[in-house]
Structures are given as structure tokens and as C-alpha cells.
Write a protein that binds this ligand. Sequence first.
Ligand code: GLU
Length: 449
Amino acid sequence: MKKVRARYAPSPTGHLHIGNARTALFNYLFARRYGGEFLIRIEDTDVARNVEGGIESQLNNLKWLGMNWDEGPDIGGNFGPYNQLQRLDLYKKYAHELLDKGFAYKDYKEGSEDYAIRFKVPENVTYSFDDVIRGTLKFESSDVEDWIILKDNGIPTYNFAVVIDDHYMEITHVFRGEEHITNTPKQLMVYDAFNWEYPTFGHMTIIVNEDRKKLSKRDTNTIQFIEDYKNLGYLPEAMLNFLSLLGWSPKDDEEILSKEELISLFDEHKLSAAPSYFDKQKLAYINSRYIKMLTLDELKDLTRPFLMNQGVEIKNELWFESLLTILKDRLNNGAEITKYYDEFFHENFNLNKEVLNEIKDFDNETLLNKFLELIETIDFTDSSLIEQVIKETGKQTQIKGKALFMPLRVATTGELHGPSLPVQLSLLGQDIVKERIKQTLQILKGETK
Ligand code: GLU
């Protein structure tokens, strides 16, 4: 078998989109699975659509996701250059070869010496290829009109350049979006004209949104660019894992898979032709699973920028670590740290009726006064001391269970539920806790009058 060579061939028209990232990933996994090579080629011939910084952004995001390549515009290689606009001589040479052999003709611009080169589509030919994902696909030449391969400005069209490059770069396998199925007959004509061997094609399934419509860049309900996920504190390993499941599934049901596992499990015959649903809940779940695997230091690095951006004062590293210990299991992404911080540590303290109602039957005054007295002398940075004081309060007042914990939580946080109370109180700090309890006692007095 020939050495496997697969490529990702983006047009630099914007940031790395989920669909493109998935295309890159499947080619990458395939190449690595078979010990082959993976390269990046920039298809920048649609000059009007190229955006400034588009290539860098694509490459940076692919790197962030954990993919690496053996050849590409940034690192070169034996088959370069890897930008199509730098390969114009090559396309010109081959276009003229087709002219000379009668497979193409000159199409003059009216009243000018300039001409485009147009491919002469042969009559009554059936083109067919075996798609790895969809089986044999057939096309009739009568459905295709003569088409331009080289424009009068010397720039090739996609369907021509892609063939020259895939042949020249010795590409053996092409996995790409299903929107390219209809382009394939034009490409096969060029392969045939030169008597070149086709690569193996696999046209991947579309990705659909909640409404089962093809994910489109205009669909504002779904975040679609890798960069945006990065900025929200998603982890690259989780994104890579999630992308791998868009139109592919491993043999057994285990879906949390590292890059190395994906490479060893990747099987192109398990690629599906059925639309793949972009399941946001699944992405959140996968990311939360990877967040749980982080070390404390990694978790700090992930969440710190979000807290800082929000203007949250990180009192000290110990404080930060306690905060993360109690919030870690709730996080679906890094940005959510501020949501939970606000939920559990908001500065405005107010007790609403509903919450007060839940504790109205307990002996709150005795309890809260005793707790106030006992916390006076302890070191609040140590949550285990707070835990002891809660127990001691219970013992001395003979109050137990819900009657003990619920009023203490309500009086200090204004909430009925939350993470570990001793840690939460320690994080809030002694002054705030005392202040809130006093306030609650005032409110309770008012209520009973
Ligand atoms: N530049 C094309 C695209 O971005 C690549 C298509 C192909 O892989 O042949 O869709």
C-alpha cells in the first residue's frame, strides 16, 4: 500500500469553523492512524474572499486543538509551496497541456486578446468513484457544461487546482464536506485527461443544529468558531474529542477519548453519512468531564482570567483554591466560574419571603446568636474550624439537622442551597458573615412583631 497522505485544504476566508475543524481532524486522525502524513494546503485562489489573518488564525486554532502537520505553509515541505497563489506556474503549465492535447480550449474575452481556458466536457461518459462513506457514486457528463479551469487573469478555479495539487502532492485520501460531491465529477475529468489515478474520496456528513437544519454561519444560536470556544474556557482536548464524534463513532460506547485513543481507534468505515447533530449539551458534558480531570493549577489557569475580567478580587491563592474546590464539579467551561461566583458570593444580601418561609418554624434566634458568639474567636480562613463551630452550636442549643443547617445557610448567604457551607463561609470571610447574621436577626425580629 502507498504511504497514506491526507490533507486539510482550507480557503482562508475566515476563522476556523466547527465544520472545517472536523474536516481537518478526520484527515489528521486518518493519516496518523495509518502512520501516514498530514499536510495543510491553503486554497487561496478565490482572492476576493480571502481575509487578512485568515491563515494564521486557522493554523493557530488547529494547533490549539492539538493537531500537528508534517508539511504546510508555515513549515514548508518537499511538495511546496503550500499556498495555491504561489503555484500559478504549475496550473498554467498543466492547463496548457490540456489545451495542446485537445481536452480544453481558449475562451476569448470579447474584444480582447485575453482568454480563459475552458475544459471540454466529453460526451456520454459516466464518471464514477467509490466513496468510502457513501459507496459507489455515478455522474453523467451530459449534466456538466464545459467549465473554466484557468481564468483570464491566470488564476485557476478550485476544481482544477485541487486536482493538480492533490496529484502533485501525492495525496492518497481526501475526506471533505458533502457539498463537494457535486464538484467531484469535474475533478475526475481532469484526472482522466491526464491519466492520473484518483485518490480515495470520503464525503462526510453535514452537521445540523437543533432544528435539524444544516449548521450555517448565520445561525446565531450556535457558537461555531473554535476561537470562541477557546475564549469561553473550553479545553482543547474536550473540543477535539467532541469534534471527533460529529459523524464518526467508535466501536463501543465509550465517548471520552484522548487524542491518542482516537488515533488508534479511528476507522474510516465507521464514518456516517447520516446528518450529525451538533449537541450542545453533549459538548458541555464532555468539557465538564475534562475539567474534572484538571489539576488544581490547571484549573486556576483556566478560570483566573474570567474572575479577573469580572473584577473579582482573588484574596489569596488559598482562598482561590477553596473556591475552586467547591465550584469545580459545577463547571461546564471556564467562563462559568463567574456565574457560580455571582450565584454564591454575590455582594447584595437579601432575604426573600420564600426563603424566610422555609426556616420560619425553627428557633433561629437562639441558633444564630449562639453561632455568632462562637465564631467570634476562630480563624475563619480554616473551614474545618467553622465546621467544628457549627457542630458545637448544635450541641449547645440542642438543634439538629435541617433546623441547624438551613437557617445558618439562609442567614449567611440568602440561599437555600449551595456548596459546602463551612467552605463558603470561610470564603465569604468573618466580617461579612457576622454582618449578614446580624441583619438576618433584625429581619426576623421585624417579622415576628
Ligand atoms: N478549499 C476547499 C474547501 O475549503 C477544499 C475542498 C477539498 O477538500 O477538496 O472547502
